[in-house]
Design a binder for this molecule. Structure first.
Ligand code: HAM
Length: 423
């Protein structure tokens, strides 16, 4: 026997019993997008590698060690998208969506990062993201935070997530702060671990979100960005906090929240949960006001977030998800009834577009077909045999209630099914 082939580590199949939960969550997300008037954008899974190097940043973990990058047959370096923000900006500029106009966009789909797989962390995972262009904020910041809260509420997980908020200030503030941090960590170099030592000059902000308990003290003593804010940055942050307070959206300021991608400035945030162990961020985002210009567009303020769908699904109670069971199962007795029954099934689907009708395939006796009908989850079985063919009727057997079976004339079957199954 030949060797069976396994999926790639960290890349999961989403199986038929799991897809109803995905469809449920996706439908809720689409509803929220419609209610906020955001429009869907779809972009390719493969992009030129340079797109991510120039946006996410060369000294970030993603670009440094996590991208699925390869040369295609022409020798061009391509990368499977590790996130959607850079792709949205690229598509927006290329298609003239961002020039002198505003856009409110959303996307959904698989992303790829070569991380060490563990609970809540995969190599192929799915993001639902939104990006808003042309709004400086802080009103747009509040809009997308309220949108996040509405998503949690719609999925009934509002008690499982909390909002952490920080500001990175303008690019100038960030540059100033970065210098302060480099000086501080250089002076305390011996207290750092190897990973942090390598970041002192390249990306000192990332040391702040180190998970190493040995660094808690040295990080606690480090200069705080909130103490370095200029007028513009403070006004933006205070303005946002005022709106959030007025709309009663709860948040916690986390001065160590710096984000792992380089393009952020001003407001950054994460919605975190205590239910997923180390991978606690369900949703993350912030402003990236220089990215459009950096990729060749006109200076355009921008903000967005992305939700990790595997993490979101882990929080949603699957009891509220209806399985995709058939309403009715069509049992067919004898070869003579097959063609007539399939024609009947088509008539029923035309008459009742919302009817979920499973037709028995593979000749077998009534008991076997009724067992299959029961296993399918159908509410009732429609039986067509010789008798029914001769009298132009169908026998209805109720599978979930103790009611006598019933004979229904085929002309009346659509009305009967509409009443019984599509309540
Ligand atoms: P990110 O923090 O890299 O940000 O990812 C956003 C979310 O995607 C995370 O909070 C997490 O829920 C999920 N996620 C990330 N990596 C994995 C993984 N390996 N396995 C499972 N889930 C994962 C971004 O991607 C930015 N583009 C967000 C953004 C949009 N900022 C502005 N606009």
């Amino acid at each position: 026997m030949s060797r069976t082939i396994q999926a790639i580590r960290g890349m999961n199949d989403i199986l038929p019993h799991e897809t109803p939960s995905w469809q449920y969550v996706e439908a809720k997300l689409r509803d929220v997008m419609a209610s906020f008037c955001y429009q869907e954008i779809r972009f390719p899974i493969l992009e030129q590698t340079e797109l991510f190097v120039r946006t996410i940043g060369e000294v970030t973990d993603i670009v440094n060690k996590e991208m699925y990058t390869f040369a295609d047959r022409n020798g061009d370096s391509l990368t499977m998208r590790p996130e959607g923000t850079a792709c949205t900006v690229r598509a927006g500029i290329q298609n003239g969506l961002l020039y002198n106009q505003t856009q409110r966009l959303w996307y959904i789909g698989p992303m790829f990062r070569h991380e060490r797989p563990q609970k809540g962390r995969f190599r192929q995972f799915h993001q639902f993201g939104i990006e808003a262009f042309g709004f400086a904020g802080p009103d747009i910041d509040a809009e997308i935070l309220l949108m996040g809260a509405r998503i949690w509420q719609t999925l009934n997980i509002q008690n499982k997530v909390k909002l952490e908020l920080n500001t990175l200030g303008t690019k100038a503030v960030r540059a100033y702060y970065r210098k302060q941090l480099t000086d501080y960590f250089t002076a305390n170099f011996e207290l750092l671990d190897e990973d942090s030592k390598s970041k002192v000059n390249l990306n000192p902000l990332r040391i702040l979100d180190s998970k190493n308990p040995a660094l808690i003290e040295v990080i606690a003593q480090a200069p705080k960005l909130l103490d370095c804010l200029d007028e513009e940055s403070s006004q933006h942050f205070e303005g946002l906090k005022r709106i959030l307070d007025a709309t009663k959206l709860e948040y916690e300021i986390n001065p160590r929240l710096v984000r792992g991608l380089d393009y952020y400035n001003m407001t950054v945030f994460e919605w975190v949960t205590t239910e997923l162990g180390a991978q606690n961020a369900v949703c993350a985002g912030g402003h990236y006001d220089t990215l459009v210009e950096q990729l060749g567009g006109k200076t355009t303020p921008a903000i967005g977030f992305a939700i990790g769908l595997e993490r979101l699904l882990a929080l949603v109670d699957s009891n509220c998800v209806k399985p995709n069971s058939p309403h009715a199962y069509l049992a067919i007795l004898g070869d003579a009834a097959i063609a007539k029954s399939l024609a009947l099934a088509e008539e029923l689907r035309t008459a009742l577009p919302n009817l979920h009708l499973m037709v028995n395939c593979g000749t077998s006796n009534l008991a076997t077909q009724l067992k299959r009908a029961d296993k399918s989850g159908a509410l009732l079985a429609i039986i067509i045999g010789e008798n029914e063919l001769n009298t132009n009727t169908a026998t209805i057997k109720f599978l979930r209630e103790n009611t006598d079976q019933q004979v229904v004339n085929l002309n009346e079957l659509p009305t009967f099914l509409a009443r019984i199954t599509l309540k």
